[in-house]
Ligand binder design. Sequence first.
Ligand SMILES: NC(=O)c1ccc[n+]([C@@H]2O[C@H](COP(=O)([O-])OP(=O)(O)OC[C@H]3O[C@@H](n4cnc5c(N)ncnc54)[C@H](OP(=O)(O)O)[C@@H]3O)[C@@H](O)[C@H]2O)c1
Length: 311
Amino acid sequence: MNEHRDGSGMNRRQFLQAGAASAVVMGLGGMESLAAPATPGDAIPWVTLNNGLKMPRLGLGTMTLTGDVGIRSVAEAIGMGYRLIDTAMIYTNEVEVGKGIKESGIPREKLFVTSKLWKTDMGYENAKRGFQTSLDKLQMEYLDLYLIHRPSGGDWKGSWKAMEELYAQGRIKAIGMSNASFAQMDELLADAKVKPAVHQIETHAFFQEDKAHAYLKQHGIQHEAWSPFAEGRHGMFDQATLSSIGKKHGKSVAQVCLRWHYQRGIVAIPRSRQKAHLAENLRIFDFELAPAEMAAIAPLNLGVTQFPEWT
Ligand SMILES: NC(=O)c1ccc[n+]([C@@H]2O[C@H](COP(=O)([O-])OP(=O)(O)OC[C@H]3O[C@@H](n4cnc5c(N)ncnc54)[C@H](OP(=O)(O)O)[C@@H]3O)[C@@H](O)[C@H]2O)c1
C-alpha cells in the first residue's frame, strides 16, 4: 500500500485515523482545514435519507468477496476512501467484512455499513435473531442500514416489524427493502410505522428501472443500484456507446456507468477485488456526462433482468 505523507509526519493510516475527511492544522487564527482531499474517496458526496441519516453516494459491494480476499478488499477500499460497505448474511462474508473494517483503522462511526436479512430469517422472531447474528459476525454494535434482502416468501411484514423496533432502539440507523415489487412497496407504505429509507434493486445501463426510479423518488425513498455493471454480463464492459463516451472523457466504461448512476441520483455499490479497479471506480467525480450522452445511454435499456436465475 502506498504510504501517503501529509507533511505532519503521519503516514496515511495515521492520518486517516486522526480525522479522515480533511487534515486540520493549527494556524495563527486557530484551527484551519486543508482544502486538498486526503484520498480520492473524499470526493464522494453523501445524500441525506428520508430520516435525516447521511449515506455515501458510492460504496463497495462485497458479494463473493470471502476469505482473505474479502478482508483485504474491504480494508484496501476503506483505505482509498470508500465509506459505504454493502454485505449480507447470504454472502457468508460478514466476519471478513468486520475484520477488513477493523484492519482499515478507520473508526466505525465514519463508516456506513449495510447488511441484509435473508429469506430463511423471515418473521418477527427470526428477523431479530438474524439481525443479532449479523452484528455478532461483523463484531459491531449497530448497522447503518438493514434491508430485507428478498421479500419473496414468508412473513416479511413480521420481519419489518422487528426491524422497526430495532430502529427505534437505535440498533439500526435506517431500514429498507431490496428486490420488492411495486405491490409490496405499496403495502409497506400503507401501514409501516417506519417508512423504508432505501430500496436496493438491480439497476444498470441494460436494466434502467425508470418506473421504479420515479416511484422511489415520488415516495422519498433512496434508489440504490445492485450490480451497477450487471457483473459485466451482456458485454457491458465492451459496449460500444459506453466505450465511445468514455473515450471522449478519458474514462473507462466502468467509470461512465458509475457516473451515469450518480447523475441519475442513484447510489451504486460496485464490487471489485482488484486494487486498480477499486481506485478507478472512485474517480467519477471529476467529469460530467452531457445531457446528450445521458440520452445516448437510455436506449441501451433492455428492460429485463440480467440475472434471471435469481427471480
Ligand atoms: N440486493 C441484492 O439482491 C443484490 C444482488 C446482487 C448484488 N448486490 C450487491 O451489489 C454489489 C455489486 O453487484 P455485483 O457484485 O453483482 O456486480 P457488479 O459490481 O455489477 O460487477 C462486479 C464485476 O465487475 C468487475 N469490475 C469492477 N470494477 C471494474 C472496473 N473498473 N473495470 C472492469 N471490471 C470491473 C469485477 O471484477 P474485478 O473484481 O476483477 O474488478 C466483477 O467481476 C454486490 O457485490 C452486492 O453487494 C445485491
